[in-house]
Design a protein around this ligand. Structure first.
Ligand SMILES: *Cc1c(COP(=O)(O)O)cnc(C)c1O
Length: 384
């Protein structure tokens, strides 16, 4: 099929995606095409993306280190703030060492392709993030996809696998559902089957655990088998990601992860801003408490009849609508009312589970959440 037909095909199946142009900074209220919209759309869970302290730190970082790193980390692009950030991140999440990557996507590709290859086996939750799936494909390892959170199925797969080297891979908080992995049980299983446990905490770092130290801290687990990935463009409000784990794991990534080695270092000014962000995360108990109250308010207020609000204790609150066309119509009606909630369709989510992905931020007010709840309930009732 040629590209023209492929694009037409997307359009006829209501799967064509487009971007919305924002004219202001990342915040609950954004200007789009000259109109102010109330957005429940970003992963800026702590409301730090436009924080004045971070803006000042980025300015200071630019004044000190310029705007570009000039080369990859192993050539001449590794700067003092990158290094300090790695040391602080490792200590913060309670693991021996960390490596800073440009994005979470690159971190995940790097981790999986470095730790698994032909002859090895990778076990992956069916709802894992695309970057983990792509990493597994690229690694050439044998892949086993287990049903979402089904540890019995995983156990059976591990049991019947005779590969010497095994990797279990999971999101800690699932990005389109907001539910969480049972990390202690997964670790215990990995110990029994001598497997590594790769935990992608993109939606947990900064939000979950004591002082926002993430999902490992929250579940109270440590082990040299754990390879932890935290991303820094979500709750941390900036950009980038890090991998933390045992010293030899991190040293091996530094030596072999192609998405680390063959790319220009992230601008050091961003690492400088991230150091300031870490301090705000650590002191962010008020922000996290406020966010938890907004989550409870939304869940108590939103009484749905036809649509579903699955169990989720995190800032990610999906409203499952079902069909692509209805989900798109609801998204459009929300926009008409001045509310921006992303509509997520297959292939990002399973067929027949098109949904609104509400994401809450500590920057939202209770009044804003009330407005969302009231509008959604009206729309459901009016049959739109
Ligand atoms: C966002 C996300 C990533 C990718 O991180 P980026 O820094 O945006 O590239 C990886 N894993 C999960 C679970 C994510 O939600």
């Amino acid at each position: 099929m040629n590209l023209k037909d492929k694009l037409k095909n997307l359009r006829t199946h209501s799967l064509l995606r487009s971007r919305r142009l924002i004219e202001t900074s990342c915040a609950p209220e954004v200007m789009v095409a000259g109109r102010t919209l109330l957005a429940f759309a970003s992963n800026d869970y702590l409301g730090l993306a436009s924080n004045p302290v971070l803006i000042a730190a980025a300015r200071e970082g630019a004044a000190r280190y310029g705007v570009g790193a000039g080369a990859s980390h192993l050539v001449s692009g590794h700067y003092a703030p990158h290094h300090e950030l790695e040391e602080k991140l490792a200590a913060f999440v309670g693991l021996p060492r960390a490596l800073f990557f440009s994005t979470g996507y690159m971190a995940n590709l790097g981790v999986i392709t470095s730790l698994a290859g032909a002859g090895d086996a990778v076990f992956s939750d069916e709802l894992n993030h695309a970057s983990l799936i792509d990493g597994i494909r690229l690694s050439g390892a044998e892949k086993h996809i287990y049903p979402h959170l089904d540890l019995n199925a995983l156990e059976a797969m591990l049991q019947s696998c005779d590969r010497a080297h095994k990797l279990v891979v999971t999101d800690a908080v699932f990005g389109m559902d907001g539910d969480r992995s049972p990390l202690p049980a997964l670790l215990e299983m990995c110990e029994r089957h001598d497997a590594y446990l790769v935990v992608d905490d993109a939606h947990g770092f900064g939000v979950q655990g004591h002082e926002g130290r993430g999902s490992l801290n929250e579940s109270g687990i440590v082990s040299p088998r754990i390879v932890y990935i935290g991303t820094l463009g979500k709750a941390a409000g900036v950009a980038g990601a890090f991998v933390a784990g045992a010293d030899e794991v991190i040293e091996w990534l530094l030596q072999s992860a192609r998405t680390y080695i063959f790319t220009t270092g992230t601008p050091p000014l961003l690492a400088h801003a991230l150091l300031a962000s870490m301090a705000l995360i650590e002191q962010g108990e008020d922000r996290r408490r406020h966010l938890a109250r907004l989550i409870a308010q939304l869940r108590q207020g939103l009484k749905l009849k036809r649509w579903k609000l699955p169990d989720s204790a995190t800032a990610i609150q999906p409203v499952i609508i079902g069909g692509n066309d209805e989900a798109l119509a609801v998204g459009a009606a929300l926009l008409e009312a001045g509310l921006w909630v992303p509509v997520i369709r297959p292939p990002t989510v399973p067929e027949g589970t098109a949904r609104l992905r509400i994401s809450l931020s500590a920057a939202h007010t209770p009044e804003q959440v009330d407005r969302l709840v009231a509008t959604l309930m009206e729309l459901e009732q009016s049959g739109r």
